[in-house]
Design a binder for this molecule. Sequence first.
Ligand code: SF4
Length: 713
Amino acid sequence: MTGNAIDRWQKSYCPYCGVGCGLLAGIKDGAVAKIKGDSEHPSSRGDLCLKAVYLPETLRTDDRLLYPQIRSCQEGPFKRASWQQTFKYLANRFRQIIDDHGPEAVAFYGSGQLTTEEYYVGNKLAKGFLGSNNFDTNSRLCMASAVAGYKTSLGADGPPVAYDDIDAANCFLLIGSNTADCHPVIFKRIKQRKLKAPDDVMIICVDPRRTETADFADLHLPIRPGSDIALLNAMLHVLIEQNLLDHEFIAAHVNGFAELRETVKNYSPKTAEEICVIPECLIVEAALIFGKARRALSLWSMGVNQSAVGVHKNNAIHNLHLATGQIGKPGAGPFSLTGQPNAMGGREVGGLSHMLPGYRSVENPRHREEVERFWGLPVGSIAPQAGLSALDMFDAAAQGKIKAIWILCTNPASSAPDLDVIEKALRQAELVVVQDAYHPTATTKFAHVLLPAAQWSEKEGVMTNSERRITYMPKLAEPPGEALADWQILTGFAREMGFAAGFPYESAEEIFAEYAALTENSLCDCSAASYARLKSDGPLQWPVTASSPAGTVRLYADGKFPTGDGKANFISIEHGGPVEDVDDQYPLLLTTGRLKVHWHTMTRTGKVEVLRKTSPEPILDLHRADARRFGIRDADFVEVISRRGKVMVQCRVTEELPKGTCFLPFHWGRDHGFFKAANNLTISARDPLSRQPELKACAVRVRQVVDFPLEDN
Ligand code: SF4
């Protein structure tokens, strides 16, 4: 054994993206020292991307938050406090605010980085015991439109497919997803499928930018941001004209075809060409590839969801699958890729402000009563209206209606759109509680109370990935200082509030057992899962029930959907462009997105030198023709200005995106330099149903910061 030898390897789960790769963590002297892929994890089969490899460097950093701290005003110094003093202080403040202003004056803003158990405890506390449905999560910014899309089209949330379907698909429709950068391990699997059967597998990529994903695709449709519905309706138009529908499937399993057919009549490929700025022939080709495929799989993420018509974009994808019967069978189906490691778990436990555990709805009296009885609460304890969604919560705080906001495991002062509003909300609130592993962050700057949280590897719990697979994560090392698991912090506060009987938990395992029992007979039933089973049998795909204890690979294989009559719904929808279109003053459409080496607001990846050096600064991508139009050269520093704010960054002149469109990564917040934050520019317009914001399109203008003599680009 050398001095660097690892003491032991333990299985875990990647805490970055929704692919949910299995990890092997090498423990040395009680700390995580090395990471490699877990070849036994069925979702990733030993693969990993670079972010996970460098996880050890993010754990014991100088900016770890080590003990609770309190200050009376945002300008004052923090004072260290014990956990007991902190819980007492918080309980007094919450009681006073609720007494004075009602429970709707308090709010919790969580994260898809929380474990399922932590999500569950937070929801139970807010919705059941405090009487406030204002528990929402940053998943609202990520997949709320996918949730509402599945619910309206198929009857319930939950991706019906599995990663195994990648190995069987003949056609991939990748839409609004730079899979190569954002879900690298899935992209690798798609590539392997294509390379194994190059003539039998076709990949269509719909993305304004020529990304690595688009580059690998057989067909790239460089769509104008915000015009997806016109494209998808036109594809269906072609399928109807070419008689490439599955009429038997439609008749037996879907409602609403006649109305849909009337709607898409108006979306000829020629019409779509004008809206999407894609040649008509490419639209027809995409439709024919999809329609003729034996098995078609659509994969999408933020490019579809982050839109003021995000739900309808999801519906339009489902329409294609339902019309062709491409669902419920191997290699086929609509697959929304989740952004975060436990975005799915958050959906299952009711982590959105309109939901309750087990895909129940706050607005459904029967669902409320089931949960109230289960939690031992009097009937009527849960408020009957949906709480405020993420951005509505911040709006309400900015207007003085939310007095206390408790932020867990996320960094909205960097990640949310239109940062001026978020900062105003955080300044306006009487009490800002931030529970995080690190300090300072863009958000902790506004805290009155800082709560040190244990992070990945320092606590146990489960998470669910994009394919509904639940993985158990053991505690691998002790948290630093006085940091506690998020569920322990919430439980301590709940007990101080006088709710000890409802929060008797001494372990995450007890919480999971309670939650799993509450899911019985729901679509996301995991009542036959337990820590013991997850440890011995490995990760399981829900539903995991007494009748299917090994889990369920794909949903709706029997053609029965969880609706009143067992049929899915075609949703007829019209094209709706970006809320803020270009004009003379703001002639470019800005779209934002991720880079391969960074994660969200870089509170972790920004600490890894090799990742930081790979992409040290935000760069604006600008089309060559637009660069000429505005007198900008490659590598110039430019001001990017929207109706909400300004960014100053270097510019890369390129032809990898359409004329009239520019791109800026969103990872940098104001704490990295005020004018580096893409969210100075973005718009907080949101989908009326999902309340997901339109982070993918807003109007901007650009100008060179320093006037150099103009040369040809
Ligand atoms: S693909 Fe996602 S889950 Fe897998 S290692 Fe990379 S960041 Fe982690």
